[in-house]
Design a protein around this ligand. Structure first.
Ligand code: NI
Length: 193
């Protein structure tokens, strides 16, 4: 459902949890990460016990118009598949030349970014830190902490989401736990599918 963007509107987001009472969230479970994690066997084992919630997001349904702004919140839960931290699928924008901002409200996370030419960068996010994701960069949120990693985001409403490139090729880098902290390592499976 979309709403009238030609008049002012007000929305609510809980500051700590990112939860909006104005929408139902979209949810992504372990099973949605099939084919996207480094350790597929570990994923299968976890799914046998429970298909746990990995992340959810509130997207407010702004019409895809270039003069409007899409916004919402995203909540990535703490956890790991093998030694790889819970993360969002990540995406390029269909209109590659569009940026996005993410403001961290809670937790400790990492925004992993890469462009089609192979430049990879990341930023660490804690409450009050905002990352500017430049145009042309795919972006994935990774929870490297012990509590929910909550962010508020805004981008050009017609930017669109290209999940397919990441689903097909993967990310060039993985974020894994090493000796109690995160490490960014090469993805041995990148581009191999
Ligand atoms: Ni985006």
């Amino acid at each position: 459902m979309s709403y009238n963007v030609d008049t002012s509107s007000i929305f609510s987001f809980a500051l700590e949890t990112g939860i909006s009472g104005d929408k139902v969230s979209s949810k992504r479970y372990l099973s949605n990460l099939k084919g996207m994690v480094a350790d597929e066997a570990a994923l299968e084992e976890m799914m046998k016990k429970e298909d746990s919630l990995v992340y959810e997001f509130y997207e407010m349904g702004v019409p895809e118009h270039p003069g409007d702004l899409a916004f919402g919140s995203t909540i990535c839960y703490p956890g790991k598949v093998g030694d790889e931290y819970f993360m969002t699928k990540g995406h390029f924008h269909t209109i590659l030349d569009t940026a996005e901002v993410y403001l961290c409200l809670k937790g400790r996370g990492l925004m992993l970014m890469e462009n089609p030419e192979g430049d990879v960068t990341h930023e660490i996010l804690t409450p009050g830190k905002m990352v500017y994701v430049p145009k042309r960069y795919a972006h994935r949120s990774v929870n490297i902490g012990n509590e929910p990693f909550v962010q508020f985001f805004v981008f050009r409403a017609d930017a669109g989401h290209d999940y397919g490139t990441i689903e097909t090729k993967g990310y060039r880098k993985l974020v894994v736990e090493r000796d109690g902290d995160f490490a960014i390592i090469d993805n041995p499976k990148w581009g191999s599918k």
